[in-house]
Structures are given as structure tokens and as C-alpha cells.
Ligand binder design. Structure first.
Ligand code: PEP
Ligand code: MG
Length: 579
């Protein structure tokens, strides 16, 4: 009988191959007392290990071909930088001296202290940065205990086309393994936001993390099937199943090759309507990924990530530098920079301390509400975005608007900042388009007001659904209620699209719904012509756009919008998607 192991699929695709088990697991570290006269020797031992770790990483970096995407070398550079950081390299020396302990134990104490700091961070992305610390610490520990790092190319022939099973993989190891020709990998630990996961997606490697593989379940050399999309690893599969997966794999490969051909093609529907298809980005890696996928620009740049992982807010000059680097990378393609959306689940220690703790932070001082209250935080950002607009097509977008009062306040503030920049003779685009996100039901219901006063609107379905259906988007107890097809959600979306058409304000969608191909036709039929999606979803959405004729689906979409029975909506959507 076949064995099936589930985990979190962090990329797509199917890989079939022989298992290559990387012998890793946690390194057990014990405390040993070092006699006083040997403390300096222990310190030298630790220093030598750090030097050797640096050499290993530099060797890995040099072995990677020049054609490798910059994001991969960036990961290795991050680890190299960590090896320069006193928190990892100097603090353990102090501990060896103070406690007269062995180097391994000192490193473990320091690692645990750093892990605690990361664990207390609210931001899930930053919490996963703890993995980087672990990877660097493990590298030093292996050197200290004399264990080889497992990606030293010991058995390249066995690695080719293999499915690697490991406790965890560093980004550097992942890059090396990919160069050794592995077909995919499965790790016991790790999350979808880790650098290794980002890398797997950017390298197109099928991969699953967060599995719990027991040693006797799968042996070295066993043929296994890795279905990354489903987050499944299958072993002991019968010939018929294997044949089915091979067929599926061939179909997916063919589909990917076909999709790549769409990269430079315009996103035009079968009946000739040009769709503006752009990408959402949070990190610098995403801007490159967006360009590689042929995005027509960036429709949502979430700037709050610049404010995280630090105790102070980036000043105007630092922000300007970041925005200009995005503008430069995009080489003339437009970027919509969203002003700070801090608060709720996106916390930053750079955020001004609140006077009270909100019982419902998603309904509290978040996004534009926070920014209007703290002009000292907001003005430098407005100035930086405006100044970036002098160098390329930059649009500014305001999150979580809910009332005319707020809209007027923010527009007045932007005007004031423009006057100030003008007086200071600093260059900016007076006509830089200013848009607003429609993410609160009140804003959707009064969308005409926003469409009249703003240059464009963008529907943030992640929050619009949260606020319409009263479901906390980060509470997994109510995730089952999160439904983009709820008739109330569909009607609100339609109202916003119609308001935009009425007042000639382009309406985009940048929530996750825009990147889910199940909804592409429905949204096209509702009149949406501007989609901002995650870079990895871009070509799939473009493919559906090419295969849709708006004239043929509008009538059916109107029927769907009139339904109030979820079952009927789902049934009709299925028919629509098969048309
Ligand atoms: C949204 O709410 O749909 C959105 C795009 O913004 P965020 O996910 O950053 O809240
Ligand atoms: Mg939002």
C-alpha cells in the first residue's frame, strides 16, 4: 500500500525520483566546563570555526554560475553578513569567558536568546528570519564538532534527479543542490515565507516543507512522487499511479513551457480587450520575479515591510533610496506605492506606541488612520514617494479609506507636502496619480465619492472580505467562512467597478482574489480590466485572459451576480470556467 505524507507545498509542480536522504537532524550540544587556562584556546577555536564558515559560504558563492538570479546570491550574502555580526560572532566569545564553557554551548545560548527575540515578533515574515540565524549557527556548529556540511558535493551523480529529504535546508544549500540537478526537496521544518521557500519558487523547484517523515517510512533510493501543489509526498506507489503522475508531470511541463511563451505577450482577451496585468510586491526579490514573469508594472508595493525588523522608522532619504531602486529596476514600467498599512496583524516597532491596547486591532488605528494621526511618520513617506515620482512613473495609493472626511484630510495633506517640496525646489511630479484602496464595505458602498475624487481605485479583497463577512483574516478558526464568492462580496466588487466606470477612474484589484484563476473570468465579466497579482500567478492569469471572450461571458456573469444561493453561484462559476 502506498504511503502518503502531507506538508506545506511551497511551490508548484510534480517531481518523481529516487530519495536522497541528507543526514542531518538537530545537533545535540552539551555544556562542558573549560579550565581557566584553556579559555583563550576555546575562544580561538570558535574564531577559527567562524572563519571556516565564512570560507565555506564564499566557496559556495563562487561556485554558482554568473547567470544565477541575484536573489540567490543575496541569500548567501545575507548569511555572510550574519557571520560579520557581533551578535553571532562576538557575543559567544563573551559567554565563553564569563561561563568558562565550550564554544558550542556559548553559541547555543546566544542562538536561543536570538530565537526568543524573533519568536516575539508579530510579523510572520520576520519570524521566519529566525531560520537564517539557525542556518548560520548550524554551519558553525558542524565545523566545531567536525561534521561535514551535507551539501559538499560528495555524490553528485546520486543527487541528479533525486528528491532530497532533509530536516531543513539553507538557501545556500538549496542553490547548490539545484545546481547538482535535484528534482525537488522535502523538509521537515520551514514555512512558506522562509528564504528557502522564496528561493524554491524562484528556481521553480517542486518542494514541500513542514512534513513529519519518520526514518523507516521512506528509505534512501526509494522512488517517490512529490506533488508540490497538493503538498504531498507519495512512496510505494503502484505502477498505474506512477504512470498517472508521469502523465500529469508531462502535461504540467508542457503547460509551463507554453505559459512562458506568454511572458512578452500583451494580456488581451479573446475578443481584443487589453487587460492591465501587473504584480504585487513586498520584497526586492519580488520586483525581479515580477519582471521575469513579464509583469506590466507593480500594482501594489506594500511599503510596510520597509518599516519592519527595526526599531526606528526609515527616514525620507532612506525611503527615497528604496523607492528609486524599485523605479530603476522597473525600467520605465509603472509602480503603485502604497502608503503605510501598519497596525492590525502588521506590527512594527517603528510604529508610534499606542496610548491604549485595542481589543480589535483590525478595526483600530490601522493604515491611513494611523498615518493621519502620526504626521511625523506619514509626511516623510509622502515626501519620499512624491520625490521618487520625479524619476519615473510612480502612483501613490492610500490603504483602508473609509470616509469622505479621511479622504479630504489625506488629499489636503498631500497638497501641503507638494507645496513644501515646491518651496524647497525639490523635483516631483505635480500630476502623480493618487488612488485609494477599497477594502472597507463603507468605501465600496460609497465608491462613487472615491471615484470622483481620486485618480484610480484598487479593490483590496483580502480586507474587503474580512470586513464584509466579519471574519478575522488571521484567525484560522473562522477561515472556513472566508468566501470571495459570497453574494455580498460580489455585489460590493461590482459596485466599485461600476462607480469607476461612471467617473472614469480606473479600477484595479490587488487582493489575492485577483491572482486566483478560478475567479479570473468572473472578474472579467464584471468589467475588471486591471489585475495586480503575485508574480508566480501572473502567467496563469494571463493564460485565462487569453482564453476568455468578455462578450460571451457577461450575460452569465450577470446571472451569477443575481444569485444569492452559494451552491448556485459555485455551479454557475464552474460552467463559466469551462466555457
Ligand atoms: C487587501 O486587503 O486585499 C490588500 C491587498 O492589502 P493587504 O493584504 O496588504 O491588507
Ligand atoms: Mg488590505
Amino acid at each position: 500500500m502506498s504511503i502518503s505524507i502531507s506538508g506545506i507545498g511551497i511551490s508548484r509542480g510534480i517531481a518523481i525520483g529516487a530519495v536522497y536522504r541528507l543526514e542531518q537532524g538537530d545537533i545535540e550540544v552539551y555544556e562542558a566546563v573549560i579550565p581557566k587556562e584553556l579559555v583563550e584556546d576555546e575562544i580561538s577555536r570558535f574564531r577559527r570555526a567562524v572563519r571556516a564558515a565564512r570560507q565555506q559560504l564564499k566557496a559556495i558563492r563562487n561556485s554558482i554560475p554568473e547567470t544565477t538570479p541575484a536573489d540567490i546570491t543575496d541569500f548567501i550574502d545575507t548569511h555572510l553578513l550574519m557571520l560579520e555580526d557581533s551578535l553571532l560572532t562576538a557575543a559567544p566569545l563573551e559567554l565563553i569567558r564569563q561561563r568558562q564553557c565550550n564554544a558550542e554551548w556559548a553559541l547555543k545560548i546566544q542562538r536561543d536568546a536570538l530565537a526568543k527575540v524573533f519568536d516575539e515578533m508579530d510579523d510572520p515574515y520576520l519570524r521566519t528570519r529566525k531560520d537564517d540565524v539557525d542556518h548560520v549557527v548550524t554551519r558553525i556548529l558542524r565545523i566545531l564538532i567536525g561534521q561535514e556540511t551535507h551539501t559538499d558535493p560528495q555524490d553528485s551523480t546520486r543527487l541528479r534527479d533525486a528528491i532530497v529529504l532533509a530536516h531543513d535546508l539553507t538557501p545556500a544549500e538549496t542553490a547548490l543542490l539545484q545546481h547538482q540537478g535535484i528534482a525537488g526537496f522535502v523538509t521537515e521544518s520551514g514555512g512558506p515565507l522562509s528564504h528557502t521557500a522564496i528561493l524554491a519558487r524562484s528556481l521553480g523547484l517542486p518542494a514541500i516543507v513542514g512534513t513529519h517523515i519518520t526514518p523507516h517510512q521512506i528509505r534512501d533510493g526509494d522512488t517517490v512522487v512529490l506533488d508540490a501543489l497538493q503538498g504531498m509526498l507519495l512512496a510505494d506507489v503502484d505502477t498505474a499511479t506512477l504512470k498517472d503522475y508521469r502523465r500529469l508531470q508531462r502535461e504540467q511541463q508542457k503547460h509551463r513551457i507554453e505559459l512562458n511563451r506568454l511572458k512578452d505577450q500583451p494580456a488581451v482577451t479573446g475578443d481584443g480587450i487589453l487587460i492591465h496585468l501587473v504584480a504585487n510586491v513586498e520584497l526586492r526579490e519580488d520586483v525581479l520575479a515580477a519582471r521575469r514573469a513579464g509583469a506590466g508594472g507593480i500594482g501594489l508595493y506594500r511599503t510596510e515591510f520597509l518599516f519592519m525588523n527595526r526599531s526606528d522608522a526609515p527616514d525620507e532619504e532612506e525611503q527615497l533610496k528604496q523607492y528609486l531602486s524599485v523605479v530603476k529596476t522597473l525600467k520605465g514600467l509603472p509602480v503603485t506605492i502604497r502608503t503605510l498599512d501598519l497596525g492590525s496583524d502588521k506590527k512594527s516597532s517603528a510604529e508610534p506606541p499606542g496610548e491604549h491596547v485595542s481589543a480589535n486591532p483590525a478595526l483600530g488605528l490601522r493604515a491611513i488612520r494611523l498615518c493621519l494621526k502620526h504626521a511625523d511618520l506619514f509626511r516623510p513617506q509622502l515626501r519620499a514617494i512624491l520625490r521618487a515620482s520625479a524619476k519615473g512613473p510612480v502612483h501613490m495609493m492610500i490603504p483602508m479609506l473609509s470616509s469622505a472626511h479621511e479622504l479630504n484630510d489625506v488629499l489636503a495633506l498631500i497638497d501641503d507636502v507638494k507645496q513644501e517640496l515646491h518651496r524647497e525646489r525639490l523635483a516631483f511630479d505635480w500630476n502623480m496619480p493618487i488612488g485609494g484602496m477599497i477594502e472597507v464595505p463603507a468605501a465600496a458602498l460609497s465608491a462613487t465619492l472615491f471615484a470622483r475624487k481620486l485618480d484610480f481605485l484598487s479593490i483590496g479583497t483580502n480586507d474587503l472580505i474580512q470586513y464584509t463577512l466579519a471574519i478575522d483574516r488571521v484567525d484560522d478558526e473562522v477561515t472556513y467562512l472566508y468566501d470571495p464568492l459570497h453574494p455580498a462580496v460580489l455585489r460590493l466588487i461590482k459596485m466599485v467597478i461600476d462607480a469607476g466606470q461612471q467617473y472614469d477612474a480606473p479600477v484595479a484589484m490587488c487582493g489575492e482574489m485577483a491572482g486566483d484563476t478560478r475567479y479570473t473570468r468572473l472578474l472579467l465579466g464584471m468589467g475588471l480590466t486591471d489585475f495586480s497579482v503575485h508574480p508566480t500567478a501572473l502567467l496563469e492569469v494571463k493564460d485565462v485572459i487569453h482564453h476568455s471572450r468578455v462578450a460571451d461571458i457577461t450575460c452569465m456573469v450577470n446571472n451569477i451576480l443575481e444569485q444569492d444561493e452559494p451552491v448556485k453561484i459555485n455551479e454557475q462559476l464552474e460552467v463559466l470556467n469551462k466555457m
